[in-house]
Design a protein around this ligand. Sequence first.
Ligand code: ATP
Ligand code: LTN
Length: 333
Amino acid sequence: MEQNEKRKVVFSGIQPSGNITLGNYIGALRNFSSFPDADCLYCVVDLHTLTVRQNPAELRKRTTSLAALYVACGLDPEENIIYCQSHVPAHAELAWILNCFTYMGELNRMTQFKDKSAKHADNINAGLFTYPVLMASDILLYQTDIVPVGVDQKQHVEICRDIAQRFNGIYGDVFTIPEPYIRKASAKIMSLTEPTRKMSKSDPEDTFIALLDKPEDIRRKIKRAVTDSDGEIRYDPENKPGVSNLLTILAALKNQTPEEAAAVLSGLGYGALKEAVTDAVITEFTPIQQRYNEILADKEGLNAMLRRNAEKADYLARKTLRKVYKKVGLFQL
Ligand code: ATP
Ligand code: LTN
């Protein structure tokens, strides 16, 4: 690499809002290790989870659990900055500024806001509405080039780009404009019981496979997954959403296309498809679960790692925040 060529910055986050699912893993988490030549930050976005009511003790537990999962999935915490969002105050500070550069109209168009408002009709709070602004702050604080996410987050990365361009248009080149990184074929894993809906960690247990599920639970859930009555193993998301979802999962874990996965099983029944998916998921998850248990057994070590990395993130974030404060005219001592 050229001496003065800037290394790319990669940033992504996952909410500790429930058990991490197979969808989170295939759509996001497993892609996090695809950038060996970049400076990578992987954040446990705990502030974002407060947009929906959380049980405090559980949230605390899920936060360290998710950090341990990042490491268990192969992210070396010496090479990647793995940390909690609330440990770096600059996220919330920049969010305030960017709130003043974001229009109600553009936030109103966000499909996640519409979905979550419908789901939590008794608690449509301002945080749920400005969620994308906090996400933009996460990304822009680190001069991020690449944001690996599932396809459901594309719209949020786009609004982040719009906010950054608007800000740069007024104050000069303050923020790097980020690009989403979405692996098309596996960007959206569907619910096992309602395969036309996204698999989501805040939905009921039987709709998703969790990364920490025991083999017998994985087996049972896949056995019960909704298919159809025509009996043919064929990739056709429109007409055969259940079967196509199982093929997408199998293909993602075997690094094939769904059509290739279907060809291997052609002529067999849905039982064979489910068996193949079950084996692939268990084979993938078993070593991750073993590493996870080892990491969690050393709580002190995990906390020390999170502290060290939060300091590194804080240093980088402050640099951008200072620049922003100066540009907008906040008096600094
Ligand atoms: P919640 O149910 O609390 O909204 P979630 O399961 O949708 O959570 P997030 O924390 O919002 O998960 O998402 C973390 C990452 O996982 C994002 O990059 C998101 O795009 C990706 N992701 C989430 N669900 C899926 C899915 N079903 N298929 C592919 N990627 C997904
Ligand atoms: N909104 C994301 C989680 C998230 C995120 C981020 C992803 C928060 N901040 C920054 C990428 C970059 C979601 O998956 N719901």
